[in-house]
Design a protein around this ligand. Sequence first.
Ligand code: PLP
Length: 353
Amino acid sequence: MLNFYPGPSKVYPEVRNYMVDAYDDGILSAPHRGEHFVQLSRTLLGLIKRKLNIPQDYYIFFTSSATECWEVLIQSLTKHKSFHIYNGSFGEKWCEYARKLRPSSEGTAFDLNEPMPVEQLNISSDTELICFTQNETSNGTQVSPTTILNLHNRYRDTLIAVDATSSMAGLNLKFIKADIWFASVQKCFGLPAGLALMACSPRSIFRAKQMGQKAHYNNLVSMYEKMLNYQTTHTPNGLNLYLMKRVLEDRVFIKSIDKQLTERALDLYTFFEQFTDFKLLVENHEVRSKTVVAIQAQERIIDEMKKRAMHHNIRLGNGYGPWARNTVRIANFPAILDEEYEELKRFFLHYYA
Ligand SMILES: *Cc1c(COP(=O)(O)O)cnc(C)c1O
């Protein structure tokens, strides 16, 4: 089965053997306050920073999901309100959760084919956290490094948090241009779901300490205090942490992965432009995602496309949110091989050329 679903997505084939290794290693039964776990965690933190290009002074934390990160950040870094900029379902959901916890939180939506409108933003000075989604998995758009830089320059004093769930470990993100970045591992990391990681700037931890919100087990202050000893607040997903270590050890540096994905994305976009039965959902080249490609057509055609693909053992990603019925999504993730995309192309040429 070829799997192009953008999460849970194809895991690296090596994961199969690494799971057996994890069992033999003893980590699955190791206490999470003991030396064995601490060693794994310490090695892993170093690897994450080195392989993903995360600044040395950023803090890394583990949670169970990106959704949990949304909540942890609102609870730990706002007392009053956050501000959300979004153009799709994941960004909007984050805003909705924030409003349930902090009713004065605000949000603004922007068009799918427009860059994030940094110049037009009107964010009040009592906003404690600015939130956006770097790669909107629901519609295949992305916020460019230049736009992130502009946002950073315009709101230097406000903390900025970025949901990078479907781009971290795929793109060479400029972590220094925002305070908080997080992702779950079932997308570009090529690992099974149930683990997420968050990278936090020193000043975000400083703010969290100032606010001192410790009413929840995964609050940033407690997470920080435990991580001083390479530990987590809760009993963590040791298997997935072990798998992450093994997978990252094998990996080339993020710069090479970014280059490969960027080239493959361009190739895929060019390829999909030739058809008449369907079109690319995102027309503006500048905001097209490098890791998730969305194709749009009439519902009937989309339905048939997914069924035909399944018949050939190819899993395409369902659409999401408002685009659930009239799009398919195709992941461009590092664990998927070039030759798998060649097979995907043959499928499309066979039925639609
Ligand atoms: C997949 C995804 C999420 C949700 O991840 P979970 O690990 O299921 O919580 C959140 N944000 C974005 C942008 C995603 O792609």
